[in-house]
Design a protein around this ligand. Sequence first.
Ligand code: TLP
Length: 358
Amino acid sequence: MNSEEFIDLRSDTVTLPTDEMLEAIRYAKLGDDVFEEDPTVKKLEEMAAEKMGKDAALLVTSGTQANLVSLLSNTKRGDSVILEAESHIYYYEVGGLSFVAGLLPILVRGKNGYMDPVDIETVLRPKDIHYPETTLICIENTHNRAGGTIIRPEQIKSLYDFAKTHGLKLYMDGARIFNAAVALKTDVKNFTKYVDNLMFCLSKGLSCPIGSIIVGNHDFIERARKFRKMLGGGMRQAGIIAAPGIIALEKMIDRLEEDHRNARLLAEALSKIDGIAIDLSTVQTNIVMFDVSGLGISAYRFVELLKNKKILCLPFSDAKVRMVTHRGIERTHIEKTIVAVEELAKLAHKKGAHIEIE
Ligand code: TLP
């Protein structure tokens, strides 16, 4: 936990590095990574490529940078890109895809984050002097705004087949791809073999302080290295970032199961509270997304009131609230959160929208 007092369910990004990670940072072998001379970075990139079943990998500063560098490396200015309507790239990345990469987003609404190829087909336009060229499909796995839902390997395969039929590339924002793999108890390669390239984050459930990794074939990673430099992401003794990443890949993946168990516990209890609506079928990993409009208050108000009870979470729309489990959250925190929401719900039903909690 970030603070001893607060139960912080805002995001798995708040996880702090383990003592072992801090120790590894202290003793990491370092070099200048712009010269490709940092042995710790090299080791992490090799491990990541091997784990994902791809040729090569590249350490970058953040998930947002990973997505932007990957978009630049997969496309050319003026292309159009197919994205899910609530994807992180479209929703939360400051419009970098248009501002920096010069891309035109074409949105397709997914079901639990999954865009059906049939729906993509309807927005694909033929080659024509009037149209930008569409070159890329992006998927997000797990899908954040859909509630941490999993795009299953067979769904990825159908998107891949569709992409190849139309001469497109398939990229995966796999910020939380290990959550998907752990939840389905399957090798992460089953999610990666049918995408051209992907990124995943070290700094979410895997508990690293910084960093994401782009993975793909040699040509793609070579292009990505150059775009990373252009965006100011060429780092020098980046081994201090890579060292905890190595520990994350070795030791932090299996424990994600505990986060999923806690999310399930939380979701099932919330579903029993009058005024809270939650689709339990979407609670597949460590994200719990629920609707509080039945309480007669907005998500913003709900979040504020829970904060008064020393529980932090995020509003995701006027009606929706997100809670995310992670290494800093134990079963007792979940139990306290359930009690706090139950109390809040009782008060809301009694007093309506103007409740005040001291
Ligand atoms: N997501 C954050 C917020 O930006 C919403 C969070 O708390 O979940 N892809 C996906 C699917 C993500 O969820 C995120 C972060 C990113 C990319 C960007 O990663 P960072 O924050 O490292 O730039």
